[in-house]
Ligand binder design. Structure first.
Ligand code: MN
Length: 189
């Protein structure tokens, strides 16, 4: 049985960068729905007692488990996203990761620009990520719909939700402005 994680900030704490209305709907309606659906779908199945990560890996790429995968992955992705929003302004990565980002991308500014491009070019609903493979290589990737780095055996380090429900009330069609606002005011490492 999965439950909606409590936020470490209040629904008004991210204003003016993310409105109370956006955060409230996103957390208590969208995120909650994925969790409720997942709990119903796994009840009395072999997935009932598994971790979220195990459910995701065991249902990925299997059409008969598509609904379980989608709701488990969206539960994971939203748990991660809401844990990486800062009510105290944008943060920079911890020192060791910062060095890794500079080594991989050239500079933190270049990383931000490449992350933005991934988020902006995700066609339709999805996510952009910074993730690490088992060999400590950093990579930026974008995923469609519910897909998640967990399904590809990558460790997520950062993400942005670019489903329209994440930004439409505040930014309408201006996804680029939402991504800039996230990177400049909300990102929490
Ligand atoms: Mn979302």
């Amino acid at each position: 049985m999965f439950t909606l994680p409590k936020l470490s900030y209040s629904y008004t704490d991210l204003e003016p960068y993310m409105s109370e209305q956006t955060l409230l709907f996103h957390h208590t309606k969208h995120h909650q729905s994925y969790i409720d659906n997942l709990n119903k779908l796994i009840q009395n199945t072999e997935f009932e007692d598994l971790s979220l990560e195990e459910i995701i890996r065991q249902t990925a790429d299997d059409i008969k488990y598509e609904s379980i995968f989608n709701n488990a992955a969206q539960t994971y992705n939203h748990n991660f996203f809401f844990a990486h929003l800062s009510p105290n302004g944008a943060q920079t990565p911890p020192a060791e990761l910062f060095k890794g980002i500079e080594k991989t991308f050239g500079s933190y500014e270049i990383f931000k620009s490449e992350f933005k491009n991934a988020a902006l070019s995700q066609f339709g609903s999805g996510w952009a990520w910074l993730a690490e493979d088992g060999k400590e290589h950093l990579k930026i990737l974008k995923t469609s719909n519910a897909d998640t780095p967990i399904a590809h055996h990558l460790k997520p380090l950062m993400c942005i939700d670019v489903w329209e429900h994440a930004y439409y009330l505040d930014f309408q069609n201006r996804r680029a402005d939402f991504i800039d606002t996230f990177l400049d005011h909300l990102i929490k490492w």
